[in-house]
Design a protein around this ligand. Structure first.
Ligand code: HEM
Length: 141
């Protein structure tokens, strides 16, 4: 029963993490086209920082802690799908690190990437999420 409760909270944390991972690069797309020093640019900085600190970071930590508990309690560490899932989640966590660097660039008015770069970046978490959910639900191997 505890396992199922923790799995429910794992999925809730996953939803919050993914919402942030999909929304933050969208903010970057609009921010990249905004003049430096403008009121809009300063507003984007606040929105980006709050999204990262209040949603994305805590949601990622809860997803990892509960996911690792489920992995251990369910004995899933021997399963092939789980190894593949961990690989994709590690890439997702690395992408999270890329977002943090880009956010710091914007905060210092040092962004050099065009809006198109962020549009493409926006697709990466979507593809990873589709792969992760198929692996954990279908468990194909
Ligand atoms: C951070 C590292 C993660 C670990 C160690 C982990 C591990 C696990 C484990 C062991 C389960 C239980 C599987 C079962 O009982 O059948 C689970 C469930 C689940 N995980 Fe993760 N997970 C992680 C991250 C993620 C991410 C990033 C996503 C989605 C993008 C995700 C989506 C899900 C879903 C949807 C379930 C419920 C599957 C079901 O009950 O059928 N997980 N996770």
């Amino acid at each position: 029963m505890l396992y199922l409760w923790l799995k429910a909270f794992h999925v809730i944390a996953v939803i919050a993490w993914m919402a942030g991972m999909l929304y933050l690069p969208r903010l970057f797309v609009y921010h990249a086209d905004t003049p430096r020093g403008s009121i809009q640019s300063e507003t984007f900085k606040i929105m980006e920082r709050r999204l990262l600190k209040a949603i994305i970071n805590p949601a990622m930590i809860v997803t990892w802690v509960l996911g690792l508990y489920l992995l251990w309690d369910g004995g899933w560490y021997k399963s092939g799908w789980m190894h593949a899932k961990i690989a994709l989640v590690l890439i997702m966590s690395g992408l999270h690190g890329v977002y943090v660097r880009r956010l710091k660039d914007f905060a210092a008015d040092k962004n050099t990437k065009p809006a198109k770069y962020y549009r493409i970046l926006n697709e990466v978490p979507t593809v990873l999420m589709i792969g992760i959910v198929i692996l954990v639900i279908v468990k194909p191997f």
